[in-house]
Design a protein around this ligand. Sequence first.
Ligand SMILES: Nc1nc2c(c(=O)[nH]1)N[C@H]1C(S)=C(S)[C@@H](COP(=O)(O)OP(=O)(O)OC[C@H]3O[C@@H](n4cnc5c(=O)[nH]c(N)nc54)[C@H](O)[C@@H]3O)O[C@H]1N2
Ligand SMILES: Nc1nc2c(c(=O)[nH]1)N[C@H]1C(S)=C(S)[C@@H](COP(=O)(O)OP(=O)(O)OC[C@H]3O[C@@H](n4cnc5c(=O)[nH]c(N)nc54)[C@H](O)[C@@H]3O)O[C@H]1N2
Ligand SMILES: [Mo]
Length: 743
Amino acid sequence: MTNHFGDVVGHSKVIFIIGANSAAANPIGMKHFLQAKDRNNAQLIVVDPVFTKTAAKADHFLRIRTGTDVALVYGLMHVIFKNGWEDKEFIKTRVYGMDEIKAEAMKWTPELTADVTGIPAEQIVQIATILAKTKPATVVWALGITQHSTGTSNTRILPILQLVLGNMGKNGGGCNIIRGHDNVQGSTDMCCLADSLSGYYGLAEGSWKYFAKSWGVDYEWLKGRFAAPEWMQAKGFSLAKWWQGVLQEETTYSSSPVRALWVQGNGITSMSQQVKIQEALDKLDLVVLVDPFVNEAAVLTNRKDDMYLLPAATQFETEGSVTATNRTSQWRSKVVDPLYESKTDHDIMFLFAERFGFYDEYTRAMKMAVKDRELQPVKEEFVWPDDACREIARTIKTIGLGGWTPERLRKHQENWHMFDPLTLEGKGPMKGEYYGLPWPSWDENHPGSPVLYDVNTPVTAGGMGFRNRFGLEHDGVSQLADPSVSVKDSKIAGGYPEITKDNIEQVLGITLTAAEKEKMGANWKVDLSGIINEKCLAAGVAPYGNARARVKVWQFPDPIPKHREPIHSSRPDLVERFPSYDDQKNNFRVDVKFVSEQKAQEWVKDFPTMLVSMRVVNLSGAGMLERTSKYLSHLTPEMFANIHPDLALQYGLRDGDMMWLHAPQGTKIRVKAQYSLTVTPDRIALPYNFAGVMQGVDLSDNYPEGTKPYTIGESSNTITNYGFDIITQIPEYNAGLCRIEKA
Ligand SMILES: Nc1nc2c(c(=O)[nH]1)N[C@H]1C(S)=C(S)[C@@H](COP(=O)(O)OP(=O)(O)OC[C@H]3O[C@@H](n4cnc5c(=O)[nH]c(N)nc54)[C@H](O)[C@@H]3O)O[C@H]1N2
Ligand SMILES: Nc1nc2c(c(=O)[nH]1)N[C@H]1C(S)=C(S)[C@@H](COP(=O)(O)OP(=O)(O)OC[C@H]3O[C@@H](n4cnc5c(=O)[nH]c(N)nc54)[C@H](O)[C@@H]3O)O[C@H]1N2
Ligand SMILES: [Mo]
């Protein structure tokens, strides 16, 4: 989120929700949107293939064909550019590459957009007009945007729309992407991912060297942990396709097949390609499931041996910080000690590290601190979780976690009542701080940054320009903000580059002492001495620069976002004109099919009905947590699909009849048809929170005695179609096709 929920309530005049069903998935967020309606007369626009509970509250509902959001946004921009409604000054001074976007948008007439998206041309013109005339508008999205083979393009086109409208860096504007799980923002910031070290540092040699230093371990020792040095900088297998590393059915690019699986905090049955996952679970040498519940991966597999369920404690049995959707940190206290034989996640990891012989290296950084401008050992024992928190604060510069000390976060927790919920401003003892110190919170005195990219606020109070991440120029054009764009109270007028050891004296107009030069890291991201940060803040300068937002990512397969039909498209007539990407080799160590799968056959002939995922308010994730609750499980006593009666009747299905749903990859699930007018007759919607039944086979006997939840059912992910985002490899949960058959 660039802004926060309170900011929407306080300032937004339009809330453009695209691909999110907050009424079910984030009722607290939804409450804020409804408050904005009441207080600001904010207009609620909802774009969704399904008439959701969120859509029910909308002033304007746009029913989109799945997987066509890029087309829709270009269609909106077409109307905006054609009428000269774009924010010309903002684009000229703070954006790079907009000409190419405009040229693409000019192709997307309301008529073409209507044909591709299924949204009427008049409605496209109407919504573009509202967005252009009503400022500020905030854009909100979640999984309807990300879970596509074009997810990355989708998530890029929406901030681009906000740049066109000049809605970035403003109260009531911005892109407010609603995160999913508790602390998912925190685990993203820590990069529990296959392609980056924590803090989005990536896997380059320089990043590993920085982390080696930050952990107090020898870089060569770290390198020696890999089968060969090249694996250190290669992406790992992703959560979406790890099974391919086990099955080795297609080329994989790793030093050996995957033989062991350690799962901690993921349901496994929530991932696509369940049949492949089942095969892979069966084939592995070792499966370890660390979970407070019986992770249903254990039920899915037919293996009889070499599988361990380690009882993890819940989050009520541990203490520490979590990060909320708006980049704020919140401290949580322990409610009870771990129950029975369970252990906290970190204790399990510590025991693991001990047995594998690297406990000392694993925990060393928690016994270190920066003293005399250098990171050094300072004590014999560490204190959990305080020293982990301190380690994060001093290491993660990229997003500015420097201010997140355990002392400050605890004080925020103790003073919840002293913060204004709309502005996040503190009062009384919390005066001068924003609640939860939204990152970047550059150092121990910095109040946090509630609204990103706001140049009208001093850096010391949370202001900043866009980040300078991609060099000083591209194609001969400066990547720095225009001379007219100065961050308030900054000593430097106009744009400036990210700060390095080499440029700091010149950019800030200061002279460093020899001692400072000696201790300083090469740039602001790896400067453990803290000198760069300090000098920048003294000059009112964000260490990461004041640059242009680039709308063109020259390293990506689509430098500017392009509409591409879903791999299993309901419109084969559009596939020729808007084909998927070329197939990818060695993408997260596996080959991934795009256009070859798309064109393998005219899928819609055999699989005429579109599939979308939905969330239900009483179940979450893989669903084990709630399906073991008697009361929650009784709200949805079995797996179902929402189906329009007209579609159901084509197959002779009455409300409540069982049906088979078949997927292009040859898999099927047996579920109950639940009549619903939220879906049109061309599509059905499925919750994804069930497990325990596989392609019609009841797996009840596989649950350890006494652990079977009150409800089990088919996982929709058994039929989620093949398809993965080209950059992130998120599965295409939200576009796909199926065939219905009466059971
Ligand atoms: N078809 C379809 N599939 C989807 C989605 C969709 O929209 N459609 N959404 C996707 C998305 S966005 C997500 S985030 C995933 C979510 O799916 P999962 O990641 O599977 O999420 P959960 O089921 O919430 O939690 C995973 C496991 O963590 C365990 N757990 C809970 N607390 C703790 C703890 O403190 N420690 C440990 N070690 N374990 C704990 C739970 O018991 C559970 O077994 O599903 C994805 N799958
Ligand atoms: N009760 C409950 N709450 C949850 C969760 C849960 O499992 N249960 N999970 C949590 C998690 S992990 C997450 S990530 C969030 C997710 O939060 P949301 O993304 O808000 O939840 P979804 O219900 O998946 O909503 C996605 C919406 O996108 C629509 N959609 C599908 N395809 C398209 C498309 O191509 N274009 C557009 N514009 N829309 C499309 C779907 O119809 C659906 O209404 O929810 C969180 N909250
Ligand atoms: Mo999620």
